[in-house]
Design a binder for this molecule. Structure first.
Ligand code: ZN
Length: 271
C-alpha cells in the first residue's frame, strides 16, 4: 500500500508535468473506485492546473475551476504519458492535457479515489477536515503530541498511527520510529514522558523524510510506462524482522499484533 512517502514522491514526480497545463478532457473508463468517480470531475475541463498539493495521503490537484482529490488506495499508481499511449487493464481515468500528455491512473484493486470539490478540500471536505497535522511541518511537534496523549490509555504505536493525532505514520514507519526512540510499542501513550516525546518526534520526521529522499532517487521516471511507486527499499531495523536478532543488542525480536497490525520490537532496547 502506498504510504505518505510514496504519495509525496508521486506528487513531486507528476507536479512539474501538470502545473500551468490546461485540461482538455477527463476520460473515465471505469467509475467504480472506492467511491464512484462523480460526473463533477468534468468540471475541470478547460481549467488550468495551478498546483499539486499533498495532504496526508491525498493529492489535491488545484485548478482554476475547483479541486480534484486523488487517493492511491491500496494499489493505485499515477503516471504522465503521451495521450495516445496504449491503455492497459485497470487504467481507470485520464486527465488529458492540451499539451498532448495525460495523467493516467491505474488501480487494480480499485480502493483509490478521484473526487471533485469546488472549495479547497482541506477544511471543507469530510475526508480531510478532521485530519491531524502533517508530520513534516512545524504543526507536528512535541507540545502537540504530548498534550494530545495525556490521559490516553491507547498503545503508543496505535496512537501515532491515528490520523487524528498525526497523519501519514504508517505501520512500517511506526515500528521503525519506536525502535529508534527506544519506546516499547505497547506502552500507554498517556504514560510517556515529555522527554521521551522529545526524542520520538524528530525521529518520526527523519524516518519519513529519509523515505521520501530515497524514493526520490530510486523511483523510476513518472513519464515511464512502468512508473509504479512501491515500497522504497530501505534498511529496516525491525519491520518484517520478527524472530530475527536485534541489530543493536542481538536479542531476538518479538512480533505481536497491536491494533490488528504487525508489530516488531526488541524487549531489551525498547522500554
Ligand atoms: Zn535490542
Amino acid at each position: 500500500m502506498p504510504e505518505l512517502p510514496e504519495v509525496e514522491v508521486s506528487r513531486r514526480g507528476i507536479a512539474p508535468h501538470l502545473e500551468n497545463q490546461q485540461i482538455a478532457d477527463v476520460v473515465v473508463r471505469d467509475r467504480r473506485l472506492r467511491w464512484p468517480i462523480p460526473e463533477a470531475v468534468s468540471t475541470v475541463v478547460g481549467a488550468t492546473i495551478t498546483r499539486v498539493e499533498r495532504r496526508a495521503k491525498y493529492l489535491i490537484i488545484h485548478t482554476t475551476q475547483g479541486y480534484l482529490i486523488v487517493h492511491l488506495g491500496m494499489s493505485g499508481a499515477l503516471r504522465v504519458v503521451p495521450t495516445d499511449t496504449l491503455v492497459v487493464k485497470h487504467d481507470h481515468i485520464d486527465l488529458v492535457l492540451t499539451s498532448g500528455w495525460c495523467l493516467r491512473f491505474n488501480d487494480p484493486r480499485r480502493f483509490g479515489c478521484w473526487l471533485y470539490s469546488k472549495q479547497h478540500p482541506a477544511v471543507s471536505h469530510p475526508l480531510l477536515a478532521k485530519l491531524g497535522p502533517e508530520p513534516l511541518t512545524d504543526t507536528f511537534n512535541v507540545e502537540h503530541l504530548y498534550s494530545v496523549s495525556r490521559g490516553k490509555q491507547q498503545a503508543i504505536k496505535t496512537f501515532i498511527m491515528d490520523n487524528h493525532v498525526v497523519v501519514g505514520v504508517g505501520n512500517i514507519y511506526a515500528n521503525e520510529s519506536l525502535f529508534k526512540a527506544g519506546i516499547n510499542p505497547k506502552r500507554a501513550a498517556g504514560k510517556i514522558s515529555r522527554a521521551r516525546y522529545e526524542r520520538l518526534v524528530p525521529i518520526i520526521k527523519e524516518t519519513l523524510a529519509k523515505a521520501i529522499e530515497q524514493g526520490g532517487t530510486t523511483l523510476q521516471d513518472f513519464t515511464q510506462a512502468d512508473g509504479q511507486p512501491g515500497y522504497f527499499k530501505q534498511e529496516l531495523m525491525v519491520y518484517g524482522r520478527g524472530g530475527k536478532l536485534c541489530m543493536q543488542c542481538g536479542e531476538r525480536l518479538k512480533e505481536i499484533r497491536l491494533g490488528q497490525r504487525s508489530t516488531v520490537y526488541c524487549t531489551q532496547c525498547q522500554r
